[in-house]
Design a protein around this ligand. Structure first.
Ligand SMILES: *[C@@H]1O[C@H](CO)[C@@H](O)[C@H](O)[C@H]1NC(C)=O
Ligand SMILES: *[C@@H]1O[C@H](CO)[C@@H](O)[C@H](O)[C@H]1NC(C)=O
Length: 165
């Protein structure tokens, strides 16, 4: 090997792992747990899709965070990305559909090529932390928030009165 070809060989070794842009599975977040790659109900099969009875959208700018935000703001318990640009939100997660090898969820998101958005009839499924439930959890938070306001008002009044005396 000439020094030049050795140099080229070594730089190829260095550059290849850096340049190979590999899409990765979007990990769990503060609000969502990543559950895994699951198989979708095939069109030939009679039965609900894996995440059914909720809402869905397919957007040319789809990313995993976008799908999670969409499902979270609509108070759904489960979110799934499929086929590069589809997003499903549901409170029902079919028990018939099975976890499959992670490699089968292999399509980069159309809106962000460095993230995986499911595959053909394969879905990356996410679940809200602590089994967050529909509207109930939100009402509870609002209730606590209101009491927090009253408490703050009480403290402010006490300080004002105390200061005046
Ligand atoms: C995929 O999910 C369907 C439910 O639609 C199930 O009947 C089937 O056994 C699953 N196949 C695999 C390979 O997990
Ligand atoms: C794509 O996703 C990665 C990983 O989450 C993130 O760092 C990057 O900012 C995203 N890019 C765009 C354009 O959203």
């Amino acid at each position: 090997m000439t020094p030049l070809s050795l140099f080229l060989f070594l730089s190829t070794l260095l550059i290849l792992p850096l340049s190979a842009e590999q899409a990765v599975t979007y990990p769990s977040t503060k609000k969502w747990d990543y559950i895994g790659c699951y198989n979708e109900t095939s069109p030939q099969e009679i039965g609900p899709r894996i995440l059914s009875g909720g809402i869905d959208e397919a957007l040319p700018g789809m990313t995993v965070p976008m799908c999670l935000a969409f499902c979270f703001s609509n108070f759904f318990k489960f979110a799934g990305v499929e086929y590069a640009q589809e997003c499903y939100c549901s409170d029902f997660f079919s028990l018939k559909n099975m976890p499959v090898r992670e490699e089968l969820c292999d399509m980069p998101c159309v809106g962000n090529g460095s993230l995986i958005c499911g595959g053909a009839l394969h879905v990356n499924v996410y679940q809200t932390k602590g089994g967050r439930r529909n509207a109930a959890a939100v009402q509870e938070k609002g209730f606590r928030g209101r009491w927090g306001c009253w408490l703050a008002l009480g403290v402010a009044l006490a300080v004002a009165v105390g200061g005046a005396v």
